[in-house]
Design a protein around this ligand. Structure first.
Ligand code: UDX
Length: 463
């Protein structure tokens, strides 16, 4: 029997969290696994379900989660959302996985002789990791954030015991032992969620990986995070596969329209701009800012004089629900002819466009990797969660960006934009961004080969 046929018999079950920044890398991983001869079933929530028509090579099975509590769909803080989501998914995920194991896939796939080799579940979904383990299915945790962020999560109990967390005002600039170059101010934080809740959540994630995962899969590459990856491997004493940047290595079509269709008209608008003249501005799919911050952003853009493409997502302004926030009076007139505002952009194509010179970003990990992959320097405005960690690496470790400042203020924004787009600092960051781009494009799929070998060597306890 040919090696390919042999592999075709093994099935991997994936379970993404239903958010843009999580579904995208999981489907990118799915395409890579399928390309290496594995059969792939994606279990998914009905909430924010991916579109199976875009991935005909994969099998999609909804878990039919119990109605999600308001905490998940509302503007609650992310910790409350993740706790509620884990609770709502645990039993339905276990039932769906158990059903796949029982049926041996006769009813869900054409190939009737495959068995489940292992599961890959989103690393934030501790409930699914535990459930897979209970069913005897070897499970890997996919980290859709950086190795540095995951290391930070593993270190949280130690930092709390050492009195480093909750973070004290007078220690904000202290380097965190074992996590350098992070300072206390760069540690994972979630505004509106108390430290106990955040620590409790992080402990569940870390415990699930330590107790229930056979290893971790991280969307990163050795050249930028070798040290953090080595520390993770040392801490967990199990494999950590650095399989990224997934968006560069994977043939998966961009799942950018999970929440809304991208406005492709902005690409034609970019076509008419000079090379590297446009600042692309987007704070991702989840972050919300205060109205005052939104207005400072707007007037900072107006004052910078730079052409810009700004993603003003419905729901971007806290307190507006899912409404599109109105732009400040007079803003359209003040920026006429040099600004374009869209509700959602085809971000990867935008960053690859020759007219884009810099990216004002919240430093979500996907956005950070996408910017690195195109050699675009960044203006960092981290909002919550892992974004402060990523921003520290962008600005301090890799030198490919600068912070917009703790308080977003129009004068400082205009100054920072001018520096980045046209100043000497900006030119230096652009050069570094280009070298990082070269390293990113040299990232190979050897780690993916190792991952597939590891998966094929697994036997679940049910076969
Ligand atoms: C969230 C967290 O904010 C982030 O810190 C964590 O690392 C992943 O989960 P999100 O806010 O969605 O992610 O940011 P990010 O990780 O950057 O992902 C956003 C994705 O949406 C990117 O793949 C980006 O290309 C896409 N996007 C964003 C668009 O396609 N169009 C847009 O207009 C904006």
């Amino acid at each position: 029997m040919a090696a390919g046929q042999e592999q075709r018999r093994r099935r991997v079950v994936l379970f993404p969290l239903p958010f843009q920044g999580h579904v995208t890398p999981m489907l990118q991983l799915a395409a890579l696994l399928h390309g290496r001869g594995l059969a792939v079933t994606v279990l998914h929530t009905c909430f924010n379900a991916p579109d199976p028509r875009r991935h005909p090579e994969l099998t999609f099975v909804p878990i039919h989660e119990t109605t999600l509590p308001d905490e998940v769909t509302s503007a609650a803080d992310i910790v409350t959302q993740l706790l509620a989501l884990n609770a709502a998914c645990e039993a339905p995920f276990r039932d769906a996985l158990a059903s796949l194991l029982r049926r041996g896939h006769h009813q869900v796939a054409d190939d009737d002789d495959d068995d489940v080799a292992c599961a890959v579940v989103d690393g934030q979904c501790y409930a699914a990791l535990r459930a897979a383990r209970q069913l005897g299915v070897p499970a890997l945790a996919l980290r859709t954030d950086s190795a540095a962020t995951f290391l930070c999560m593993l270190a949280y109990p130690r930092l709390r015991d050492a009195g480093f967390v909750p973070i004290k005002e007078e220690r904000l600039d202290d380097l965190v032992p074992g996590l350098e170059p992070l300072r206390a101010r760069d540690l994972i934080r979630v505004d509106g969620s108390d430290t106990a809740a955040l620590c409790g959540y992080i402990a569940r994630v870390a415990d699930a990986v330590r107790g229930s995962a056979s290893g971790v899969v991280v969307n990163t590459f050795e050249a930028i995070e070798a040290l953090a990856l080595a520390k993770i491997r040392g801490d967990l004493s199990r494999p950590a596969f650095a399989v990224g940047p997934l968006h560069l290595l994977s043939p998966a079509p961009a799942a950018q329209g999970l929440l809304r269709a991208p406005d492709r008209g902005c690409l034609a608008w970019l076509d008419a701009r000079a090379p590297r003249s446009v600042l692309y501005v987007s704070l991702g799919s989840v972050a919300r800012v205060a109205r005052a911050t939104f207005e400072e952003m707007a007037w900072g853009l107006a004052g910078s004089g730079a052409p810009f493409l700004w993603v003003v997502r419905p729901g971007l302004v806290a307190g507006d629900g899912e409404e599109a926030p109105p732009l400040p009076d007079g803003f359209a007139e003040a920026t006429e002819g040099r600004g374009k505002v869209v509700a959602w952009a085809p971000q990867r194509e935008v960053l690859a466009h020759r007219a884009v010179g810099a990216f004002w970003t919240h430093c979500g990990w996907n956005s950070t990797l996408e910017s690195v992959g195109e050699g675009v320097p960044m203006l960092a405005q981290p909002c919550f969660a892992d974004q402060t960690v990523n921003a520290r690496y962008v600005t301090h470790e890799w030198g490919v960006g600068m912070e917009v400042g703790e308080e977003v203020e129009r004068g400082r924004v205009a100054e920072a934009v001018a520096k980045l787009m046209a100043g000497e600092d900006g030119a230096r960051m652009r050069d570094k961004a280009r070298s990082l781009q070269i390293q990113a494009s040299a990232a190979t799929s050897s780690s993916m080969d190792g991952l597939v070998r590891f998966m094929l060597s697994r036997r679940n306890a049910n076969v």
